[in-house]
Design a protein around this ligand. Structure first.
Ligand code: C2E
Ligand code: MG
Ligand code: MG
Length: 403
């Protein structure tokens, strides 16, 4: 897709600067550009039916609704748009605005410290294009399902885990895979968790998905180990709600043991906040799971509130450094320092570190340099269905250790 096919919205209160921005966009080949002088006008444009703006370039400091509030509304309305922020603010402040924007669930391409130049603009617009193509997934931003439809889909056995490899940074060897739930919808194609995990949790039905994904993952893990003697583990995401059931750990143990699989081959990923709700039952489950030998991983590490407390309280075996830090680490000093110290701390505690969202070689190189243990991300492979994953591992192993 060329620039002439993209729809831009330039939000800038300063008339002269707005004019300059329009000229730059035109020079780069953009032909569909709308403008707004503040957040209110901008929001009206993006929310209008049929607007389908692809990229918003927005100033931060504007009278009326400023750029910060505008980002919040864009995030809350889940408008599928890419954002470039521009401001004359100092760079540390811009870093936190970028982090805030991501926290609102907005897809941000980057921040430009003014003055804007065509080069800076072109470099960020480029980032919009590859992100669009994800052949494995249906665009789920626009999809929504009722809880009845989702539960019926589970009953019809339309859900399955896709697998994304976790690779050791130092040796490039595969250590395991994360199981990520997918709905093979008869009409809509492959649907990502975004469309069903939240509703299932809200309606206390998430257990249905947890058990389905766990039991299919255990089956596939056994199959790979016996068929091809692959020494791989599988990580499964466990919702906070499932941990509230005091029998959870025993049920998982039974499931794994009856397939004669070693508990060490299953890692349960819990988000930081998950371990803190219904604290008694969660802690009992987590402690019992550790006692039985399961791996325990803190997912999205760094986004919760009490990281260190969690680590001290439960013997976690792994932390997954959140994608937002990886995305920012090559450009933001603060994110890099957080990564560095998290990895350092994990090493001292004997905990495995996994970097999520490794998208480009630069991310891989940086995390390797920082001493992170494992990497997961599109740079290595996207999540794929079980048979494709099996093939992928065999090929990868041939490449990494040619006989
Ligand atoms: P998560 O556990 O943090 O999983 C990582 C997410 O990052 C996955 O999204 C994965 O596809 C995506 N990802 C991996 N590499 C990259 C990369 O290089 N760049 C980018 N931009 N993204 C990457 P996915 O599959 O859409 O899953 C989203 C979330 O849904 C998961 O986040 C997890 O919290 C939840 N989820 C997935 N499967 C299950 C499940 O079976 N049960 C529960 N309770 N939650 C699940
Ligand atoms: Mg996970
Ligand atoms: Mg994660």
């Amino acid at each position: 897709m060329g620039l002439s096919e993209l729809k831009f919205l330039a939000v800038e209160d300063h008339e002269f600067q707005r004019g300059m921005l329009l000229k730059m966009l035109a020079r780069l080949g953009a032909t569909q550009v709308s403008t707004a002088a503040d957040g209110y006008a901008a929001l009206e444009i993006v929310m209008s039916p049929g607007a389908s703006i692809d990229i918003i370039i927005s100033d931060l400091d504007m009278p009326g609704m400023d750029g910060l509030e505008f980002m919040r509304h864009v995030g809350e309305a889940r408008i599928p748009v890419s954002i470039i922020l521009a401001s004359a603010l100092e760079s540390v402040l811009l870093d936190s605005v970028e982090t805030m924007t991501r926290a609102y669930g907005v897809k941000i391409l980057g921040v430009i410290q003014k003055p804007i130049t065509s080069e800076k603009l072109a470099a960020l617009i480029k980032l919009h294009l590859p992100a669009q193509a994800n052949p494995n997934l249906t665009q789920t931003d626009a999809l929504s399902f009722t809880i009845e439809e989702i539960v019926q889909g589970i009953r019809n056995d339309e859900f399955e885990p896709f697998f994304q490899p976790k690779v050791e940074l130092a040796s490039r060897r595969i250590k395991g895979a994360e199981a990520l739930a997918r709905w093979r919808h008869p009409q809509k194609g492959i649907v990502a968790p975004y469309a069903f995990v939240g509703p299932l949790e809200d309606h206390n039905q998430i257990d249905k998905l947890t058990w389905l994904i766990l039991s299919k993952s255990v089956d596939f893990c056994c199959e790979w180990r016996t068929k091809s003697e692959l020494d791989v583990s599988v990580s499964v995401n466990v919702s906070a709600k499932s941990l509230a059931d005091v029998n959870f750990a025993d049920r998982v143990t039974e499931l794994v043991k009856c397939k004669s699989l070693d508990c060490r081959n299953i890692i349960l990923e819990v988000t930081e906040s998950a371990a803190t709700t219904d604290i008694g039952h969660s802690l009992e489950n987590l402690s019992r799971l550790r006692m039985k030998g399961f791996g325990l991983s803190i997912d999205d590490y760094g986004t919760g509130y009490s990281s260190l407390q969690q680590l001290a309280r439960i013997a976690f075996t792994e932390i997954k450094l959140d994608q937002s830090f990886i995305k920012s680490a090559t450009t933001q000093q603060a994110a890099r320092i957080i990564l560095e110290s998290s990895i350092d701390m994990a090493k001292k505690l004997g905990i495995v570190t996994v970097a999520e969202g490794i998208e480009i070689e630069k991310d891989w190189d940086l995390l390797r340099e920082l001493g992170c243990d494992l990497a997961q991300g599109y740079f290595i492979a996207r999540p794929m269905e079980h048979s494709a994953y099996h093939e992928w591992v065999l090929n990868w192993n041939r490449l990494v250790s040619p006989s």
